[in-house]
Ligand binder design. Sequence first.
Ligand code: ADP
Ligand code: ZN
Length: 610
Amino acid sequence: MPSEQSVSSLDVLNRVFGYSAFRGEQESIINQIISGQDALVLMPTGGGKSLCYQIPAIIRAGTGIIVSPLIALMQDQVAALKLQGVAVAFLNSSLSFQEVQEIEGRLMRGELDMLYVAPERLCQDRTLNLLHQIDVALFAIDEAHCVSQWGHDFRPEYIQLSILHEQFPQIPRIALTATADETTRKEISLRLELGNAHLFISSFDRPNIRYRVRQKNNARSQLLQFIETEHPQDAGIVYCLSRKKVDETALWLEQQGIKAIPYHAGLSTSVRQAHQERFLREDEIVIVATVAFGMGIDKPDVRYVAHLDLPKSIESYYQETGRAGRDGLPADAWMVYGLQDVIMLRQMLSSSEAVEEVKRLEQRKLEAMLGFCEIISCRRISLLSYFGEQQKEPCGNCDNCLEPVESWEGTTEAQKALSCVFRTGQRFGVNYLIDVLRGKKTPRIEQFRHDQVSTFGIGQELTEVQWRSVFRQLMARGFIAVDLEGFGSLKLTSESRPVLRGEETIYFRKDVARAKKSSRRKKTNQAGRYADSFSDKSEEKVVWEALRAKRTDIAQEQGVPAYIIFHDATLMEMVEYHPTTRHELSQISGVGASKLEKYGDEFLTVLNQP
Ligand code: ADP
Ligand code: ZN
């Protein structure tokens, strides 16, 4: 839209996207690009990165070129923009030669506000030649952390993107990522030659995500209970460590009447694609996945991310849980974690073939993750401080804030556990050690004559479950290590000495067995949580469901994901304000001019139903 230099970015935000105000630093970022400068934007998932390049691309003369690593992501963004009345297209390997030619024609005639391209396509001579012949409004490099060789999303094609600066030095560039750490940021800046770019760092807090870590007892049924009581009609992601567990869990959920599909690198490309597609398109669906799933998953209405296994680091945990609640509505990060997780991860680490330096780094990351699980104060404060952000007030939206955890002084118990490990020769696993402590005369214990050691039967005061909790915490804090040769047998570390000598006081987290029918949780749930906030029989719920059904119809008719028509947040506002005229409807956040034109009447019909 070359003639629109005078249009303000706020106008575009209102008219095209239907939003009334900018969020956070969006406006400064947009101004930076409009004025022709470069920017490096670090913003959490759901922070609103897309508008930071979409609005300047609409306002600046020429076509904005957006580099995006995933075809699925590109297609959805383009479909959404088209519905908003933006002239946009993509170039990637999914197109036929004829389609490519048609798009190139539109590009040459200056008809496009934006063109999405895959990085490898952009760096081809053919594409570069085209770009030299047209007006380029800007280059946006989405998911810019893909240049980082250390991250697990590394894409070699991204490294080549430095040619943009070399060949088009006068065109503003904006690189965006939700990866927070400084190493990655420096690498982006270096590899993309963004040394002069203005750096915009947003807070990485995701206030709408509720963090919870539960003690694992029966992971599957805990998961089922969580889904059934809190998210029966929602879309969610369940992460597991192994492919086998993914398959089994998906199958099991399916048998329990929950629509669930698996995703991992062992499935064929076509199955993976089909499952990803279904997940993006459907409202009530669970995808059970390994960490292979997730990069660039743009579905805004994922209401929960559940971990059945412990992530390897806080970075992974943050990234994976961050896929919940991009739309800003309440969402859950829910995890079950137990002794076995600690044993397994410790074992995996010590048997890893990596060089010593890498191993030590992984070790430290795991320690931090374990620390996060065991912490008894606000989880959000701990999470943010890991990324170097100071938050002082407890958040009120994590399990430790909502249901404060007690601690207990367990120096004596720690000593008993540690000395039991020592007295039995550092050759046995947890179950055996607990039996010794509790004075159980099993045949094995008798065979090894451990009913004769001084620690036999000295731990009657705690139940088996409580001892497991003690061992877990001792292990999480590094007092006990897992012996590699010994199939899960435990040994002492040098850290344990001061404890055994009585020089250190030990506090444990009191693991509460949460009552099955916790009325308390229900209450916090209903205090304004998402669709649950409508009581079951209310009129609002009826309207909500009617709007959702209408959205599904339209989406299916057009072959796009439902959220591309309207986000949940937009439907929620419709329920709340109940617009009955076109003008009122246009005031709802997320209803821009083009969508009002296309769908306004259909939704008004629903809203005006008696
Ligand atoms: P990111 O790419 O940073 O994860 P998106 O660009 O997908 O985030 O934006 C997340 C959600 O927030 C989208 O649903 C988007 O439409 C919405 N959004 C972005 N900016 C605003 C705004 N200023 N007002 C209201 N909603 C916004
Ligand atoms: Zn908190």
